[in-house]
Design a protein around this ligand. Structure first.
Ligand SMILES: [Zn+2]
Ligand SMILES: [Zn+2]
Length: 125
């Protein structure tokens, strides 16, 4: 690791620093005291937020599947990646809804497990 850094320091063009996240040389001014350049620091935090959010959604989804059934109520589809819930808007609303239901102890019939296929059919009616 430190060997690597030394090598990169030696190779760094004048006035640049090695950004280990983006794996590129970036003008020193772009670092602002961080170990990653500004652009990559932004990306790094965005990635972390996304991962954190995704982990939480996944965990809540698992709980919801336990409470509302782990297969589509209409066609019996049981591949987890094909399942969603109804009514539930995809996007930022999912997280808030699942958090709220978790807090409320997953009230019976608050959601119905449905596959994307059946949901699509239901919504295009
Ligand atoms: Zn970078
Ligand atoms: Zn279905």
């Amino acid at each position: 690791m430190s060997d690597n850094r030394t090598a990169h320091r030696k190779l760094a063009p004048d006035g640049t620093k090695w950004c280990n996240y983006g794996q590129h040389f970036v003008p020193v001014a772009e670092f602002g005291g961080q170990s990653y350049c500004r652009e990559c620091t932004r990306k790094y935090h965005a990635e972390r937020r996304k991962r954190y959010y995704q982990d939480k959604v996944d965990r809540l989804r698992d709980l919801a599947l336990k409470h509302y059934g782990d297969s589509c109520r209409f066609c019996g589809e049981s591949r987890e990646e094909a399942l969603t819930f109804f009514p539930l808007d995809e996007g930022s609303g999912v997280f808030k809804t699942l958090i709220r239901l978790n807090g409320d102890g997953w009230p019976i019939d608050a959601l119905t497990t449905i596959c994307y296929n059946c949901k699509h059919v239901a919504e295009s009616d």
